[in-house]
Design a protein around this ligand. Structure first.
Ligand SMILES: *Cc1c(COP(=O)(O)O)cnc(C)c1O
Length: 456
């Protein structure tokens, strides 16, 4: 295929069909409303998943709580449930308002997945769920477990570990997925093989090796590391591949976050209904985590929750997949973008086709964020709130400002009759990771952020 032809069309043809592509190719920050979003009723009828799937995943994690509490002491305060708190960030809100000369109507909260136990990133939701489900499937299939009513603390026994040591789990990753799969997989007794793409940070490789995980390094981007990992795993009948691009289990693991958030909002007396809309801003890589969480939230709040995805200007893979209507048939590199970003957790050049297709009916829109902005927000959040996030996790933070400030965002509020309800709105920026970043790396991010000029 010639460089200038993508899926049978020249770049000029694509730009004519999708004018926003020009700005995207110029790595400008954009804010886009998803024209294909359906109302919740219609979207649900079309969807291949339902609330029942979310609740089944929730119940499975509850079954494993006794095991997790036994093996991972950091989950004991939450009785073996992997969950993070929500924090109001009013200093940051004031800072954003002053810097961007824009009032953020409503309250601004941060969902602290940087504090998730076991792995300290949002991947702990989906990846640990998938590994646990695989272990449960094997245990049931081979009669180690006779029923799902048993006490799952037995998964910590020598007998179970010896059994799982006959099996392998393989995963390809930019880093964080490997950490979640690796730590829990190795603890259960599996041999875990992690294929790392070129973006993966050295400390993540070192950390995994220290946990007894086999790390294979690739000098290529994420897409190629996935192909390699999948091929090698497929050749080995004892190996199970955690497939970031196609895994429904990973997706369903993420959805459970919504049930938990519902409880937290209730506890804080935060109302969500037609007069009190909820806006959630989720960093998006391949799409599984923002997609799963959005799907779960929609099952609870229906049309009263509005979910926006945030991607780096150099790697807007979901945006490019949806704008072109080609989903996983295109990569950002097809459109001349280099795919490079400081937000390594989001450095995925091609979106997940299945997530993009399901979520197209549910999510409200997306925007892109420049790396300079990411650095600047990273150091500001430390100064204003003493919260230390990894770069990818900052992407959701400016979402509310962008909604109020952009023409597309304003139009969205008007079209949905929300403009006069925004004083009662709740905004949640989903902070997807941070607590595992070594201090030296965080210091460098902070210094970089302090040097960065404000991009207003
Ligand atoms: C993976 C990741 C995301 C995005 O999740 P996807 O499922 O790839 O869309 C966001 N933030 C961090 C820190 C991540 O590791």
């Amino acid at each position: 295929m010639s460089r200038n032809v993508v899926r049978g069309k020249t770049i000029a043809d694509w730009q004519e069909q999708v004018p926003l592509l020009k700005d995207i190719q110029a790595t400008k920050e954009v804010f886009w409303i998803n024209p294909n979003k359906e109302n919740f009723q219609t979207a649900s009828e079309k969807a291949t998943f339902s609330k029942k799937d979310v609740d089944e995943a929730d119940a499975r994690l509850a079954r494993f709580a006794a095991y997790l509490a036994a093996e991972f002491p950091e989950t004991r305060p939450t009785n073996g449930i992997i969950e993070s708190p929500i924090t109001e960030i009013s200093n940051m809100k004031t800072y954003l308002e002053e810097t961007y000369h824009e009032t953020i109507k409503g309250n601004l909260w941060l969902k602290r997945d940087d504090l998730l136990p076991i792995a300290g990133t949002i991947k702990a939701r989906g990846a640990i769920y998938e590994v646990l489900k695989h272990a449960e499937d094997l245990a049931l299939e081979h009669g180690l477990l006779t029923s799902i009513e048993e006490n799952y603390a037995v998964f910590a026994s020598e007998k179970f570990r010896a059994f799982f040591s006959n099996y392998k789990i393989t995963v390809s990753t930019t880093g964080n997925l490997g950490i979640s799969v690796g730590v829990v997989g190795a603890k259960l007794g599996f041999e875990v093989i992690v294929h790392m793409s070129v973006e993966a940070k050295q400390w993540k490789k070192d950390y995994l090796r220290s946990q007894g995980v086999v790390v294979i390094e690739h000098a290529s981007d994420f897409t190629k590391a996935v192909t390699k990992g999948r091929q090698e795993s497929d050749l080995d009948p004892m190996s199970y591949f955690v497939d970031d691009e196609h895994s429904e289990d990973l997706f369903l693991g993420y959805t459970v976050a919504a049930n938990r958030l519902k409880g937290q909002l209730k506890e804080k007396n935060i109302l969500v209904d037609a007069d009190h809309p909820l806006f959630v801003y989720l960093p998006c890589g391949i799409g599984g985590s923002p997609g799963g969480i959005t799907f779960g939230l929609k099952q609870i709040y229906g049309d009263n929750v509005h979910c926006f995805f945030a991607e780096p200007t150099h790697v807007p893979s979901m945006l490019v997949g949806l704008l072109t209507g080609e989903y996983d048939g295109v990569t950002v590199k097809d459109f001349g973008l280099d795919g490079l970003t400081v937000a390594d957790g989001l450095a995925v050049p091609r979106t997940s086709g299945f997530v993009a297709k399901v979520l197209e009916d549910f999510f409200s829109g997306s925007y892109t964020i420049d790396d300079h902005q990411t650095y600047e927000l990273l150091s500001t959040l430390i100064d204003q709130e003493e919260i230390y996030l990894e770069p990818a996790a900052l992407a959701g933070v400016p979402g509310s400002v962008r909604l109020f400030q952009s023409a597309a965002g304003k139009k969205y509020l008007q079209d949905h009759h929300l403009a006069d309800k925004m004083d009662q709105a709740t905004h949640i920026a989903w902070a997807t990771g941070g607590s595992m970043v070594p201090k030296e790396d965080m210091d460098l991010f902070y210094q970089q952020g302090q040097k960065t000029e404000k991009v207003v």
